[in-house]
Design a protein around this ligand. Structure first.
Ligand code: PFF
Length: 530
């Protein structure tokens, strides 16, 4: 399959499996194993899992298809993809640009110079680049997110090494918390392990699509599922563990708050690596004879399976040693070592767990770096090796600011006062500032524009034509025939059916996904409140 690469010499996955494993590697990350269990704990368990599954299926899956289609159709990085498809001049973009211009002037009149200048610059960019902006945002988001994601990636290495050396055998939660807090405020350790994590990521990306990303995904993804399985078996055989399974899987809707729905939606986006160009980039290495429907279902399915398995690995052990599952972000780093300390052969299982976390973080980081590298290769005409060194190097450098300021600004007070002067708002650390910028602003906005662009500007018609390549009659199969198992029955695959998978997808991309993302975004930005 990779042999029929189109002219232009773009590398391709060796086949559907290579693509699915690499994209699942991008999707399955710290979001699944670190974040999903604790937000489920905070939002009441089983009922939240159901809402999350609905968001994945109704919003995540359609947007994932959009990104893969944009990538495969154009065979380009996110910026190149939007450049190739965006109209030369767009009234919507011009109107938007004028709105930003007026807001920018108003902000300057009210003395908010920092924001005012940012609005003016954005207005100018929108005027100049129009619908290429979502692509630029995606690449920028990849850059920003990787810079702090790799700091957390570095912690997984620290914890893995510490568990091997036996220094994670805590007696109580105060000791576990003290270890985590000392790590966070130690700029040297954080930076060294962040750099180590980035070097490993760069080495893989340096080797290219097939020899680097695909080869390592083929090794690391099965390893990840085997480790998860082993952890589940260890966990559920502990006395009292089944209460944890019960908490995780039994829906109790009385614990659901309106915010839970928005949290589920935001997380669905993050966990599927959407809005950041990663899937557009990976999609650009897919050849024309692959079935995109099946591929996206498999990626979403594997990601969801990993999240559910992570929950089944974590809650039973937490319950077995009577730890509150609602303890928040520290669940994985502070609680699990404590949990394992009480389990036979604890240090071994602890090391296995942090190895799992490291693998998950690494395969996701690979995709983030690949977004920036493929942009530099396509648009700036750099070689892969040069692009990896320059992009990897600058992301590592930026990440060092997050590494030395994970929980406060102590080491970079000058940067803090500069940011306060410009934005007039303050985050508790540079790490949080980057997280807020990337995950709460750039990611949902880019995701929203990707859905709007595919649904309304480029058009679902052309997107569906692309989807049809390699998918036999999949796109045009009547939805009910599909559910009834009659997909290949000659009487059930005529194109006159109205409710086909493609038409369902179009409706979701044009209306439901943009509306849902917009509401979630406005809520996170604090512009609407429940
Ligand atoms: N999906 C990853 C996770 O769940 O941890 C995070 C991520 C990776 C987001 C790559 C976006 C991306 F492009």
């Amino acid at each position: 399959m990779g042999n029929n690469a189109p002219s232009g010499g773009r590398e391709h996955w060796s086949g559907q499996l290579g693509f699915v494993l690499a994209a699942a590697g991008s999707a399955i990350g710290l979001g699944n194993i670190w974040k999903f269990p604790y937000i489920t704990g905070e939002n009441g368990g089983g009922a939240f899992v159901l809402i999350y599954l609905a968001c994945i299926l109704l919003i995540g899956l359609p947007v994932m298809l959009c990104e893969i289609i944009l990538g495969r159709h154009t065979q380009k990085n996110p910026v190149g993809a939007f450049k190739a498809l965006a109209p030369k001049s767009s009234l919507t973009a011009h109107l938007f640009s004028i709105m930003m211009l007026i807001s920018g002037i108003a902000l300057i009149c009210f003395d908010a110079y920092g924001w005012g200048i940012i609005f003016l610059l954005t207005s100018f960019m929108i005027f100049k680049y129009g619908w290429v902006i979502p692509g630029i945002m995606s690449v920028f988001a990849g850059f920003i997110i990787l810079s702090y994601y790799s700091v957390v990636g570095g912690w997984t290495i620290t914890y893995f090494c510490s568990s091997i050396s036996g220094s994670l055998s805590f007696q109580n939660s105060a000791e576990a918390a003290a270890f985590f807090d000392t790590l966070k405020v130690n700029p040297l350790t954080c930076s060294v392990f962040h750099i180590a994590f980035m070097v490993i990521t760069c080495l893989i990306i340096y080797s290219g699509v097939r020899k680097g990303i695909e080869r390592w995904s083929r090794i690391l993804m099965p390893a990840l599922f085997i480790i998860l399985m082993a952890l589940i078996l260890r966990g559920i055989t502990l006395p009292g563990a089944l209460d944890g399974v019960d908490f995780f899987l039994r829906p109790d809707f009385s614990k659901i708050k309106p915010q839970s729905v928005l949290t589920a939606l935001g997380h669905a986006f993050f966990t599927l690596s959407l809005g950041m160009g990663a899937i557009i980039t990976y999609g650009s290495y897919v050849s024309k004879n692959e079935n995109l429907f099946k591929a996206s279902l498999s990626i979403v399915g594997l990601d969801t399976l990993a999240a559910i398995m992570a929950g089944l690995a974590i809650f039973p052990v937490a319950y077995a040693v009577k730890i509150n599952p609602e303890c928040g972000p520290g669940l994985v780093f502070q609680t699990l070592p404590l949990v394992f300390a009480k389990v036979p052969l604890g240090s071994f299982w602890c090391a296995v767990f942090f190895l799992l976390l490291f693998i998950a973080a690494l395969t996701s980081a690979m995709s983030l770096l690949e977004v920036v590298v493929s942009f530099s290769m396509d648009e700036l005409k750099w070689t892969r090796h040069f692009a990896t060194i320059v992009c990897g190097g600058s992301i590592t450098l930026l990440g060092c600011f997050s590494a030395v300021s994970v929980s406060n600004w102590k080491n970079i007070e000058w940067l803090h006062s500069m940011l306060v002067d410009i934005f007039n708002t303050s985050q508790s650390s540079f790490f949080d500032f980057m997280d807020n910028l990337g995950a709460n602003w750039l990611l949902p906005l880019a995701g929203l524009f990707i859905a709007l662009f595919t649904g309304w500007i480029w058009g679902t018609k052309k997107a569906v034509d692309e989807m049809r390549n390699g998918s036999q009659n999949f796109a045009d199969v009547n939805f009910f025939s599909f559910l009834a198992g009659l997909k290949d029955d000659p009487g059930h695959n005529s194109r006159v059916h109205v409710l086909t998978l493609a038409s369902l997808w179009g409706i979701f991309v044009r209306f439901i996904a943009p509306a849902a993302i917009l509401i979630a975004f406005l809520h996170t930005a604090g512009w609407i409140k429940y």
